[in-house]
Structure formats: C-alpha cells, structure tokens
Design a protein around this ligand. Structure first.
Ligand code: GLU
Length: 304
C-alpha cells in the first residue's frame, strides 16, 4: 500500500457481516471497485462487525470467499471493526475532553415519546444535554444547530439541518457497543480513505459522519451514493428482506447484471470474473460514469 503523500484515490468496501453478500451488496462492491481501479487507486476491504451479536455465523469468511469468487482483490490486510475498540475509545475520549459528549439516561421508549420523526428514525431532542459524560447511559455527541452541505458525485448537492433532521448522535451505546457512525468515521480517517462509494440507503448517515469528522479534526472524503437495488415489491434488497445470496460458483451472471444496473454494456469474456472486471474497469470512465452525470440532481434535504 502507498503512503499518504502518494495517495490520490483510496476507496473501500465495508460490508456488515449480518449475512451473505446479495446482489445489492455486489452493486456497491462493483461500483466502489471500478471507481477506485479506474482512478489507478487502491480498494480496501473492511468488515464492519462492530456489533458482534449482529454477525451471522461464518459471514465474514463467506463474504471474502464470495468477493474472491467474483474476481475482486483488495489491497492490504482486511480490517475488522471488532478488533478496533481501542481506536474508537481514544477518539471518544478526545470528544469527551473537548466537552462535546454527554451521557443520556433515556430509554428507547422515552426517546420515542420525546422525539419528533427524523430522516433516520426518531430525532432525540437533547433532553440529557448537560449531564456529565462520566454518568451512566449511552454517550451522545452534542450536535449544534447547523446546516451540513456536501456534494455527492451521483446526487449533486445534498443539505441537511443536522439538529432538526438527525439529533444528537449516539457514539457508544449503554451496553458498551460503539456505534456504526463512530466506527466508520474513525476507520475511514485512519485508513486514509479518500473516496466513499456506497448505497443511497446510507445517505442520511453522511451529514452526521461529516460533523463527526470535523469534531475529530479529520478530512472529509469525497462521497458517491448509488441508487439502491429494489426487489419486485419495491423493498431494498437486504438480509432483512431475505435477498438471495450470491452464488460463488456462478459469478458472471451476477457481475453482468450488476454491470448493467450501473450502466455498463454487455461484456463478453469467457468464464473468468477477473477478466470481466479488467474490461469493466477499462470501460467504466467512458460508459459507467455517464449515468452518474446524467442523473445529477439538486437535493435540498437529505430527508426528501
Ligand atoms: N457496513 C455498511 C453496510 O453493510 C456499509 C457502511 C459504509 O459503506 O459506510 O451497509
């Protein structure tokens, strides 16, 4: 892997091992891979097992096997969030030291009674602001009233009123588990990720991650949020909606469909997923990014 001064593009794929990879995950893996490789960049793999009870048995190993079967090769060692507690704790302590964190004693039920609907569940109104971070409860980051605006390479301008639409962010749950938001921000910074390509289901997380990056003094990567793949009933393909697992023995049909979903043409290469990916990488700047340009649209709020 190259050091920071040589780095112009470092992307990543960061699956949560709550089940096997499905077609929706393949689209995210493929787009992040093609963007990285067509920029001559690196592509890292991070297993987001920050909440071990959510991990399906054998999923971490299965995900890596499926990626390899589909021709993907990542740079460097795989990073596991379950092994990174010290890094998350030290980031948390910096935020506590800066006076930005308080302990929230509200139960989930209490939060839902107090909260107004937001872009990603109830918006906590900050009732425990003023409690000490050393007290018991979940640790929350105080989010000041401000508008976060960023440019998304697919969606264009995205803006979010962070206090009204998101509310104070949980960094560590009362049961001691670090949250996805804290883990992803610390990992993206420490792995020196320059570009994040992921599904638009995570768009509502991005303004919160940007505020957290700023609070920790980290740079903000470039973002590209992909259209989400829906099933025939209009639901996002996910482990919860029991999306079918990818078939390791038959990578090309799935790669072909993922390529078509992303705007690539049919690619005829016999039997070899790595050859398919090489051709797709060559075509991506010419063809694959056309729909990105065509579909750009201004968004006034991440919630609409
Ligand atoms: N772990 C998340 C998922 O599997 C992706 C997180 C990210 O790309 O930031 O949906």
């Amino acid at each position: 892997m190259r050091n920071r001064s040589e780095l112009s593009y470092r992307g990543r794929f960061a699956p949560t091992p709550s089940g096997p990879l499905h077609f929706g995950s393949l689209v995210a893996a493929l787009a992040s891979f093609l963007e990285a490789r067509s920029h001559g960049g690196e592509w890292l793999l991070r297993i987001e097992d920050v909440d071990p009870p959510r991990e399906a048995k054998g999923a971490s190993v299965g995900i890596q096997r499926t990626l390899l079967a589909h021709g993907f090769e990542w740079d460097g060692e795989v990073v596991y969030q379950s092994r990174r507690g010290e890094a998350y704790q030290s980031a948390l302590e910096r935020l506590i030291g800066a006076g930005d964190v308080y302990a929230c004693a509200c139960s989930r039920k209490r939060v839902s009674e107090l909260a107004l609907p937001g872009i990603d569940g109830p918006v906590y109104p900050g009732s425990c602001r003023g409690r000490d971070a050393q007290a018991t409860g979940a640790l929350r980051l105080f989010l000041p009233a401000r508008r976060v605006v960023f440019h998304d390479a697919w969606l264009g301008r995205v803006a979010c009123d962070i206090e009204r639409e998101c509310g104070d962010l949980t960094l560590k749950r009362a049961d001691g588990v670090f949250t996805y938001q804290l883990a992803v921000v610390v990992d993206d910074a420490e792995q020196e990720i320059t570009h994040v390509v992921r599904g638009a289901d995570l768009l509502t997380s991005t303004p919160r991650q940007i505020v957290l990056q700023q609070a920790l003094g980290y740079p903000t990567p470039a973002y590209l949020h992909l259209p989400v793949v829906l099933d025939a009933r209009g639901f996002k393909l996910s482990k919860q909606t029991l999306a079918a697992a990818l078939v390791d023995a038959e990578p090309l049909p799935a790669l072909r469909l993922a390529g078509l979903f992303l705007g690539l043409p049919e690619i005829a290469v016999g039997g070899d997923p790595q050859a398919w990916l090489r051709t797709a990488t060559r075509l991506w700047p010419e063809v694959g990014t056309q729909p990105l340009r065509g579909r750009k649209q201004a968004r006034t709020s991440a919630c609409r």
